[in-house]
Design a binder for this molecule. Structure first.
Ligand SMILES: Nc1nc2c(c(=O)[nH]1)N[C@H]1C(S)=C(S)[C@@H](COP(=O)(O)O)O[C@H]1N2
Ligand SMILES: [Mo]
Length: 463
């Protein structure tokens, strides 16, 4: 049978392709929904977007955050739908790995001359464009958005006009894949669904056309069912999906974020810098802010030889480092800011961590029971952890200044973390206490931070 139709490996990978592209497109839409605006500039000032897929308008008279801009798209278009960016990203990156693996099949499988009717020139051109232009462009623009690579290989995003250009092009690639799939399907139907489906799903152009159409529809149904399972499973058992897909993704991300020590340096800075996370709302914090944080103290403890207690003045006397870097929020926006503060490594030299200390935890003053935005489901005080290797990287600092002035309340006064190779959510604002720990599994819900616990993000984010 096979010699008359497509060989088995091709038929299998075609089905896998259909499934994986459907997962990639839906999870990609989920990621887009987290910041449904596209730009050609990395400042992301409201009004400069070339495409907006939201009707929400942000208020002009009060503080709003980038979580407020997120759209809870329906599960009909997004995987898994609603405010589930963390799981959408897990699906997207797991599907990318699987998709690249099926791509390898095409390369290692023996070259077989195309069976049946030869393709016409236009068809050949279309397939060539998808395989040799659209696919590499999608991969390159995806990679160019990685915060870890951005710091290490800044030239990667340049041909795409920056990270937002890469993001815009990545979206246009998605539109390309969707259009190709639609036209391709239409061509198959026009050309004779029975015969074409017979070749693709049954491996023979002489198969009974009714059987062939049934096999084609059956395959389509399988793809729909698998999408449905992925959606429902993510909605009902988010922790399970985070950990299950995490087995594939978390370790490589962690390794990459240790290896890729960022060295970002920008010349200009943005006058507009979005906020994410509402400031602490309690009276104690407000009273501290009114006194310019003179009564605030940073506590450093846990697995250290010498616990520390430092005022803002004490911190200003320690070694300083200034850096102008591009901030990448997991939601999708970027902004360039100049930061000044104490290198975290200087602080570690002072407190002398025990050899068993593998992570650094940062505990903040904002209690999400009082400050959460829409879609930020979760309780308790914000915290995040980073690995000791990241803590020692050159561009990991505790910043008390932004753009030449003391940190404002919205941006994390009196002290916030900058850990440049990571996404924004790791950069804890309003820090009260730092602890050196052996393991983060005993903190919160054990996933490595407030957003990992409550929003199912990955604990180390190289991409
Ligand atoms: N304490 C605290 N720190 C936080 C957050 C938060 O909600 N609480 N949000 C994080 C996220 S998701 C981002 S993108 C950055 C945003 O920093 P900015 O508000 O200075 O732009 O802060 C991070 N630090
Ligand atoms: Mo963020």
């Amino acid at each position: 049978m096979t010699e008359l139709g497509f060989p088995g490996w091709l038929r299998g990978s075609h089905l896998a392709n259909l499934l994986l592209i459907s997962l990639l497109v839906r999870s990609g839409i989920q990621i887009l929904a987290a910041h449904p605006k596209l730009y050609w500039n990395d400042s992301c000032r409201p009004g400069t977007e070339w495409l907006r897929l939201t009707r929400k308008r942000m208020p002009g008279d009060r503080l709003w955050t980038s979580m407020d801009e997120e759209e809870p798209y329906s599960a009909w278009v997004a995987l898994p739908g609603g405010h589930r960016l963390g799981l959408g990203r897990h699906w997207h990156f797991a599907s990318v790995l699987a998709w690249l693996a099926t791509g390898l099949v095409y390369i290692v499988a023996p070259a077989v001359p195309p069976p049946g009717h030869p393709y016409n020139a236009l068809q050949q051109l279309a397939y060539f464009a998808v395989v040799f232009l659209l696919t590499p462009l999608t991969i390159a623009t995806g990679a160019a958005m990685s915060p870890a690579l951005q710091g290490r290989l800044p030239w990667l995003e340049r041909p795409f006009l920056g990270r937002q250009g890469a993001r815009s092009l990545h979206f246009l690639c998605l539109a390309g894949f969707v259009s190709f799939t639609a036209v391709h399907t239409l061509m198959v139907i026009v050309h004779g669904a029975g015969e074409e489906l017979g070749k693709m799903w049954l491996g023979s152009e002489h198969a009974d056309p009714r059987l062939a159409i049934a096999a084609g529809l059956g395959s389509l149904a399988a793809v729909v069912v698998l999408n449905w399972v992925a959606t429902v499973q993510s909605q009902r058992h988010p922790r399970q999906v985070q950990q299950w897909l995490g087995k594939l993704l978390h370790r490589p991300q962690e390794q990459a974020s240790k290896l890729l020590s960022p060295r970002q340096s920008h010349v200009r800075k943005d006058s507009f810098f979005r906020v994410n996370g509402y400031p602490p709302a309690d009276e104690q914090y407000r009273a501290m802010a009114r006194r310019q944080f003179s009564s605030w103290q940073l506590e450093v403890g846990g697995r250290v030889e010498r616990p520390l207690s430092l005022t803002l003045d004490d911190l200003r006397k320690l070694p300083t480092r200034a850096q102008t870097t591009k901030h990448s929020c997991i939601q999708g926006w970027t902004a360039i800011g100049e930061w000044r503060g104490v290198p975290l490594s200087s602080l570690l030299d002072l407190c002398r961590p025990a050899v068993s200390a593998r992570h650094v935890a940062f505990f903040a003053m904002d209690d999400k029971d009082q400050t959460a935005a829409e879609g930020e489901h979760g309780h308790g005080h914000f915290y995040e952890t980073i690995s000791i290797e990241q803590a020692r990287q050159e561009q990991t600092i505790l910043a008390y200044e932004m753009n030449g002035a003391p940190l404002t309340v919205e941006h994390g006064a009196p002290l916030r973390l900058r850990v440049e190779g990571q996404l924004g959510f790791k950069m804890v604002k309003w820090i009260a206490r730092i602890e050196l720990i052996d393991d983060y599994r005993h903190l919160g819900q054990g996933q490595g931070g407030w957003r990992e616990d409550n929003m199912f993000y990955s604990p180390a984010v190289a991409i």
